[in-house]
Design a protein. Structure first.
Length: 600
């Protein structure tokens, strides 16, 4: 701990291993430091300090009595030095840095005051701090119309995912799917015989949450996929949805785990006006809650045994909060490397509460933030307030449930802008592909965020080589993220003034000060926008200089900006953003216009 001012102190410690740590604060009178502080003043006043030297020797001897053998022997020698005949020898001993260091760890702590509250800190793997997620439906991975995809097909697509630069491959539920009340195309309540149903309607005669859909392959095929992905630096994440279909073995074997309506039927899931007749939620208020909790935890244990350590958890806010605190806590005791992503698009306090209960990351409101003011307000809350201490955001451009209005109306420029924002404002982000990079923008109806022909209810055939998509942009930006530590954290975000509400400017700097990224984005997906950006080396925490040397990492163009206001012009069709690597620049040559900015 270090003194700041006015009885304020700041403490820090390093944690070097994964896991959960508990800590508190202890305060005591440091007899040795107090003695030496007064001794220095007496020496400077040229006073007789022979008595003070004897007092100091007694303090050192008391510490030696409880120190280890090696430190104890050393302290006794220092005590003798404090009683030395020559005043200069006593003074050298008293002011020795080596003595202070030993006393710091061996001193007697008499009458300590201990803060009664224990605080916790969780040390997660680096993938929790910085990750790029790619969501893919394995059943649509065959590349052939009408043929159900498999784990082997996903394995064949790993080079594509790797080329895009993603390090987490997230698979929606891979379990057997219900036949009873199976949903059809576009959420039809009646499915045709060849329609596959929703993967979230988990459970059939072939098994439940610990089984894989037969058309996807075997459990060994899945383990092979996990190993193949790992060899490419990609971790496979699984969707865990604690709900069942009417055909799930749990319904027959554990009827007490579900709510029964007055007519004797089991209550299916609803989110009015939506109805999910093919899904039964668990009743966490059941008298048999202990058995239910243990069984649900065992689902995580099972997939951890198959090599999965990242889980996206479906709708955790509709489940028991004490369950999540218990379950995640127990799992992390044995597997601190696990990561849990909370899919809870709900009220902010509920989302924050889930983070405090143990969830590693959380989806956010990013899909519904559109204006400059909205982005600044939301990201300022996430990165500069107390929320940053426990809530780690994962910003998604789209999901199978969310085709935001901005993507429906803005064409390719909207997809490009949303990707730039998600991947550079945040250290953790994700896309639902191939729908995203292939610019899928058709809603099922006006005003809806549901996709037309959603993969949730049918197989899709994706032409990954189709021209006009975002494949190249995604690959380039993910390479930029991996090469620039400034983009690999959240708490270093700073917004900079612009005179145009359609132009957003922000920067991020690495903790060592060696890497600074400056981003300028045109939020208007229809029209060219221009304006003046106000930024200086000091704003970017760079050494003072007469100019800023900027290299746009998107097209390798070089710019020289003067401190202060600089002109930018961005066209949505050509390039909607600059991602600058910023360095202190040289003084402009005579006649060279510093601060001319950039045009794209």
């Amino acid at each position: 701990m270090r003194h700041l001012d006015n009885d304020r102190w700041r403490g820090s410690f390093q944690v070097m291993e994964l896991g959960r740590y508990l800590y508190t604060v202890t305060a005591w009178v440091d007899a040795f430091a107090t003695w030496r502080h007064a001794l220095v003043k007496r020496i400077e006043a040229d006073q007789d300090v022979s008595m003070e030297m004897r007092i100091g020797a007694s303090i050192v001897e008391a510490a030696a009595a409880q120190a280890g053998k090696r430190d104890g022997a050393a302290l006794l020698e220092w005590a003798d030095g404090l009683r030395a005949a020559r005043p200069e020898a006593r003074k050298d001993a008293a002011l020795s840095g080596e003595l202070a260091e030993i006393m710091d760890r061996c001193q007697v702590r008499r009458h300590p005051a201990i803060c009664a509250r224990e605080l916790a800190i969780v040390v997660d793997p680096e993938r929790a701090r910085c990750s790029a997620w790619y969501e893919m439906f394995p059943r649509s991975a065959s590349g052939r119309a009408g043929r159900h995809g498999s784990f082997r097909d996903v394995e064949r697509l790993l080079p594509y995912v790797s080329e895009l630069g993603f390090d987490v491959l997230y698979l929606p539920p891979i379990h057997p799917i219900a036949r009873t009340l199976r949903k059809g195309r576009n959420n039809s309540v009646t499915a045709l015989p060849d329609e596959p149903g929703s993967p979230w309607a988990i459970g059939a005669a072939e098994g439940g949450h610990k089984s894989v859909h037969p058309d996807l392959g075997s459990l060994e095929d899945f383990r092979r996929l996990v190993r193949a992905a790992g060899a490419r630096g990609i971790q496979v994440a699984l969707d865990v949805a604690f709900q069942v279909s009417p055909d799930h073995p749990y319904v027959k074997d554990h009827p007490a785990w579900f709510s029964v309506r007055p007519d004797g039927s089991i209550q299916y899931a609803e989110n009015p006006p939506k109805k999910y007749q093919d899904i039964y939620p668990f009743n966490f208020e059941t008298e048999d809650w202990n058995a239910l909790w243990e069984e649900l935890k065992s689902i995580f244990d099972f997939w951890i045994d198959q090599g999965v350590t990242i889980f996206r958890v479906d709708n955790p806010h509709t489940k028991s909060f004490p369950f999540w605190e218990w379950c995640i806590g127990r799992i992390k005791e044995g597997h601190p490397e696990t990561v849990f992503l909370s899919e809870a698009f709900t009220r902010p306090k509920i989302m924050y509460r889930l983070a405090k209960l143990g969830f590693t990351q959380s989806y956010t409101y990013f899909p519904w933030r559109n204006t400059k003011a909205e982005f600044i307000e939301y990201f300022t809350e996430l990165t500069t307030t107390g929320v940053r201490e426990y809530f780690r955001p994962n910003h998604w451009t789209n999901t199978p449930d969310i085709l935001a209005k901005a993507l429906q109306q803005g064409g390719r420029p909207a997809f490009a802008v949303r990707f730039v924002l998600a991947s550079t404002l945040a250290a953790n982000y994700g896309i639902y592909g191939p729908a995203f990079e292939l610019l899928e923008d058709r809603p099922i109806s006006e005003g809806s965020e549901e996709y037309m022909d959603s993969e949730k209810y049918q197989l899709r055939e994706w032409d990954l080589d189709r021209a006009g998509g975002l494949r190249d942009l995604i690959s380039r930006i993910n390479r930029i993220r991996k090469a620039n530590p400034a983009l690999q954290q959240d708490h270093n975000l700073t917004f900079h003034p612009t005179d145009n509400d359609q132009i957003l400017c922000y920067s991020k700097g690495s903790t060592d000060g060696e890497n600074t990224i400056l981003v300028v984005v045109n939020l208007d997906c229809r029209w060219k926008q221009s304006g003046w950006v106000s930024v200086s080396p000091r704003d970017l925490r760079l050494p003072e200089a007469s100019s800023l040397d900027l290299r746009d990492l998107l097209d390798d163009q070089e710019y020289l900006w003067a401190p202060g206001r600089n002109y930018v012009e961005l066209s949505p069709e050509r390039a909607a953003a600059h991602i600058f690597l910023a360095r202190p620049g040289p003084r402009p040559a005579c006649g060279e216009p510093a601060g001319s900015g950039g045009r794209s």
